[in-house]
Write a protein that binds this ligand. Structure first.
Ligand code: PGA
Length: 241
């Protein structure tokens, strides 16, 4: 794993955005794996600003998101569909039909998991996957104990994840208890992975990722099995390294 150390969140976001825009500008065809949460928001702001200033076009880019809550309406302000529209898709020239997010409202969720795997394959697989990391080491919504061989599946969210995400909801009660997420094997099939981390709250997870064992009690450690992973993290997230 390569590590890029940055001074702060702004520089972390810029470093990741530079890697993405270089690929968008040079690749004829590209499938990006995208993430939600506070971590990638700065990257998305930089992509939008680069699109506005330099005309970087996303017309030929395909995207697949990592995850979505189950039983939260697609147009709920806290759904990941809404997050992506508001923070990225509506502000770029990407055709809506090029973007994909798991459907947590599907009648048959098992079928939806299979459909999502097929859809990723039909887009030629993921060229570059953006990841955040949970304090408990989750990637996507793959909580501790998830099999490294997992494909897109349904998960019960860890209490610590629901608490962390409750900052966006009126109360903890309102945070969904389950979600649909790309599996760890799905993520590892990506050709290249960028994992971002900012702030002291992520320092222990980053230290365990870099120095700890590779096992299923810490989902992000699966990334040690991949040959093209870059961690872009700021000083605070790297304070134990
Ligand atoms: P955050 O979430 O970016 O909001 O910190 C990251 C994650 O839980 O994967």
């Amino acid at each position: 794993m390569r590590i890029i150390r940055t001074a702060n969140y702004q520089e972390m976001s810029q470093a990741a955005a530079n890697i993405i825009t270089d690929k968008v500008r040079s690749a004829g065809k590209l499938t990006l794996g995208l993430a939600t949460g506070s971590t990638p928001q700065g990257v998305y702001e930089q992509l939008i600003s680069n699109h506005d200033r330099n005309g970087t076009s996303y017309r030929n880019v395909q995207t697949v998101n990592l995850d979505e809550y189950i039983n939260l309406a697609i147009d709920d302000p806290n759904s990941y569909h809404s997050f992506m529209k508001k923070n990225l898709f509506d502000l770029l020239d990407i055709p809506a039909e090029n973007t994909a997010i798991p459907n947590g409202m599907a009648d048959d969720l098992d079928r939806e998991c299979e459909r999502y795997e097929e859809l990723i394959r039909s887009k030629g697989g993921i060229d570059l996957q953006l990841l955040g990391i949970g304090g408990n080491g989750h990637i996507g919504f793959n909580e501790p104990g998830t099999l490294f061989s997992s494909r897109t599946h349904i998960v019960s969210l860890a209490e610590s994840t629901r608490q962390a995400n409750s900052r966006f909801f009126p109360s903890l009660e309102d945070v969904p208890k389950s979600a649909i997420t790309m599996g760890i094997a799905t993520i590892l099939d990506s050709k290249e992975i960028l994992l971002l981390a900012s702030g002291e709250a992520k320092a222990e997870a980053i230290s365990r990722l870099i120095s700890g064992d590779c096992d299923e009690s810490f989902p992000a450690s699966a990334l040690k099995l991949h040959e093209n992973v870059t961690i872009i993290a700021d000083e605070e997230a790297l304070k134990y390294i």
